[in-house]
Design a protein around this ligand. Structure first.
Ligand SMILES: Cc1cc2nc3c(=O)[nH]c(=O)nc-3n(C[C@H](O)[C@H](O)[C@H](O)COP(=O)(O)OP(=O)(O)OC[C@H]3O[C@@H](n4cnc5c(N)ncnc54)[C@H](O)[C@@H]3O)c2cc1C
Length: 363
């Protein structure tokens, strides 16, 4: 079914005509400027590049060092505890994943394998069901994606602050702390848990995206356990790594906390995660049998209704791709395609009305 693109109108759509990426040391041009070099921002950048756009991505820190490298990497399109409104984007993304990985490999020369092909889902009534779902190592994925982006003319400006986003007669001008000004036809906010913060500075209608902390640990697999499936209940998951540098270990996660931008890891919380994991697979209860390899915390970008924000903002030429909460690794490929379609004013292949930025204005 072809859904009508409710975002499409002349003032919001962009034709990629610019092949000018730089015309002086202090002034440059790009069809699209993307704010945030996480998985979402860089997946969109690659998709737009493949459609002929000139793209600049700006990050105030280093690329791919925030939520996208903190994730477990489940591609949990079949999770029965996900909100039903997530399903269209999640299922499209799961379908697109193999092509997304092939494109990254073609550019980077790096093949990113699926780590698992099935998930044992523990239901509230004590039964289990086996789901056909993959998982991936986000660190492998992001390293390959960064190499892929660097193999293209996409301009990646790291450790760079935006100081202003001004309207001009031809689009926008994005002014940077480095003194550079970029003339652009479109700006995409994809700053993860920081999206509200950055939009508040440059946009009169910021969307409500807040950090939701997740602590996680990685342990060595107990010698008695040859694990090659994800095990997941509503409260806990165990994600084995079967290939690559982390093979022979498993991730146990994750806490869900409203703690602002705090990323402290607490040993008591790690003990609680391990105890929950042991309810699914008892061998994980023992730190001697499954010793700790590492632990960390990341900040999921969360909206009040738990759904991503995807579409045109109220300000002409500005777009949002954020709030992917617990499913941003899964949803990156479809997000990139859908947002690129919205920017180009093309008909959409799925109904994303529930994900519209305007839903927050409607309430
Ligand atoms: C513990 C944990 C486990 C998870 N497990 C899974 C999972 O199994 N499966 C799954 O699909 N998802 C999972 N997720 C969710 C997933 O990681 C996120 O939804 C996804 O990474 C969000 O990507 P992003 O690009 O929006 O955000 P990020 O990766 O956080 O990137 C945002 C970028 O914006 C930049 N930025 C911020 N402010 C500015 C500014 N002012 N100017 C310029 N740049 C800025 C940041 O520096 C950062 O690089 C997990 C998350 C966590 C924390």
């Amino acid at each position: 079914m072809i859904a009508k693109n409710s975002n499409s109108n002349r003032s919001q759509t962009v034709e990629f005509a610019s092949n000018v990426s730089s015309n002086s040391a202090l002034n440059s041009a790009a069809d699209v400027v993307i704010v945030g070099a996480g998985l979402i921002g860089l997946a969109i950048a690659l998709e737009l590049h493949d459609r002929g756009a000139s793209v600049t991505v700006i990050d105030h820190g280093r690329s791919l060092t925030k939520a996208s490298t903190a994730a477990a990497g489940m591609l949990a399109a079949e999770d029965p505890f996900n909100p039903p409104a997530l399903a269209p984007l999640s299922k499209l993304s799961a379908l697109r994943y193999p092509a997304f990985l092939r494109r990254i490999e073609a550019l980077s020369g790096v093949a990113v394998p699926f780590q698992t092909d099935t998930t044992v889902q523990y239901m509230a009534d004590g039964t289990t069901t086996r789901l056909a779902e993959h998982s991936i190592d986000p660190r492998q994925l992001t390293a390959a994606l960064l190499a892929a982006v660097r193999a293209t003319p996409i301009r990646l400006l790291e450790e760079t602050q935006i100081v202003a986003v001004d309207d001009t007669p031809h689009g926008m001008q994005v002014r940077l702390s480095t003194g550079i000004a970029i003339a652009s036809r479109a700006v995409v906010y994809a700053a993860g848990a920081w999206t509200s913060e950055v939009m508040t500075a440059f946009h009169s209608n910021p969307v409500p995206v807040a950090p939701r902390k997740g602590q996680m640990l990685r342990v060595r697999l107990p010698a008695t356990l040859a694990l090659n499936e994800v095990h997941r209940s509503e409260r806990i998951y165990i994600v084995p790594r079967t290939l690559g540098p982390q093979a022979g270990t498993a991730l146990i996660g994750a806490t869900v906390e409203n703690a602002g931008f705090d990323t402290t890891v607490r040993s008591g919380d790690l003990d609680s995660l391990r105890a929950l994991a042991a309810e699914l697979l008892p061998a994980f209860s023992s730190a001697a049998e499954a010793p700790l390899v590492e632990s960390w915390a990341g900040l999921r970008p969360a909206t009040p209704d738990g759904l991503p924000v995807l579409g045109a903002s109220a300000r002409a030429g500005q777009f949002i791709a954020s709030g992917h909460y617990r499913n941003g690794i899964l949803q990156a490929p479809a997000t990139a395609v859908v947002l690129a379609d919205i920017i180009e004013g093309k008909p959409l292949s799925l109904d994303i009305f529930a994900l519209s930025p305007q839903r927050f204005a409607r309430n």
